[in-house]
Design a protein around this ligand. Sequence first.
Ligand SMILES: [Zn+2]
Length: 547
Amino acid sequence: MDCLFVVLNLLFLSLISLGILLPDLLLGYITKMLTCRIPLTTFLGVIGFSGALSFVRNRWVLKVVLGLIIITQIIQVNHWAYFGAPIHSQDISKVFFELDEIFQTGISLSHSLWPVWLTLVVSTSLIIVAPLYTKDRLKYSYTGILIFLILAITPVLSYIKGPSFFYTKPTYSTIYNTVRAFSDWLVRLDHKDKDFAYKPYTITYGHSKVKNIVLIVGESLSSRYMHLYGYKENNTPFLDSLKSMPNFIFAKGISSSVSTRACLQTFFNSFHNPGFLDLIRKKEANLFRLAKHQGYKTFVLSGQNEKLFHDTGTEFVDIFASEKDMRDALNEKGDEALLDKLSMLELGEKNFIVIHLRHVHSPFNAYEKYRPELAKSIDHKNRTSQSQQEYSNAIAYHDYWVKQCILTIIKKMIIDETIYDDRIKPHIQDDTVILFTSDHGQLLGERGLFGHNQMQPEVADVPIWILAPKPALISSLKNQPIISHYDLAKYIATLFGATITNPNENSHLQYVHGSELYANYEFMPWKIEKGQAIFLENQWVDEKKSA
Ligand SMILES: [Zn+2]
């Protein structure tokens, strides 16, 4: 007899699991309306949870839990289908306050959203039907308590880990993103955003200036350890060889943040004023958005975790490949695997390609195994000296990688291959600009400090270089001794043919933002004086209210 009961439990498990995963299966894999996929861990998690749920005796526990799944998934899937990205914990309250508006918008888009709604109807039906048709399944008292303990895990983690927990993963499953977003929303219900009365940016559009824009975003690379910028070790022979070219410029860069994630968020959103989160949320000056508006096909090839691209505008990215999509190749070939991916891209008429690197990140010797011939031997004097030597070796690998990257771009985008000679003097096709910066810099023993994420000027020190098809394209930046990420983002927008005007700019101050934009973060104001960056006293966003 027990056997039959277990069969009913299995039926319950199957119906609930299918109900939860149906949006991913139909909208992610089949119609491709959502970017979601089902990672194995999520699949097993859903099966396990549905299994545990099948043994719940208390009907009210079942009703509440299944009701929560249905409501949160309906919100998630609709949001994802409409905006192209999973919902953010900070947008959840809006859903309840703007129901009327959302309903109106939904109706006007019903011709394209109907497959989403049909999927949700089927998925909801499966979840509702499951307990009704398996009434005689095996049940145990107190299983409900277990269920609530499981449900409490993510809110507790969210509370402990802070806002970083809600970062969306646009190629993970809907339920994965739903559980995290709603957990974070729940523990931060009382959190209110500050209003700094910033004015919205204005964007004006004209003709785009180039066909292909390749932006390389480095990792933890500080200019002061590069030979190109005067470092003692000869670790950038390739970049040095570009130095005399009239269509190449390089300048000291100041990053917009000290952490990878916040840097990507600030950079791609042309973020400037501390605490102006509305800009990130609305993505009015988002580079991917501007590129799409101007008819560019957009690409991101990242050697890192896609979570770092939370709120960077991935909804405007046509082709997004992160570490998990290239894991084996990256392990086997290092960041050169990104170049294989680059050479296989199916380009559009106009293209904005972002390549996001993993090397020079610590441990600095991680990539030595891929090109051991480039690494100088290290004498282990002390931590500082060893770190600096390993870092310099990592820069030598980077310089080699840049050379390979430019060769790949030439091969892929240039029409006449004969115009580059043996010395690899890059004459990029008239229609391709290559830009480089690093997300942030690195401390290597300065004042006894190491790492990044610290609000120190050295962490904001990054290189910026541009290789343009003709000198006129870079003339506006030519004599700038220092270029900030914000300046660079605005420059890239001009290549698309978009001009960003930010009415909140201060005539001389710029800012390096902290590592967590969704909290009251610390930032470093700075200005240029006699060609040098002068950093003023650090401030906190909350103190900014009166400013
Ligand atoms: Zn980084």
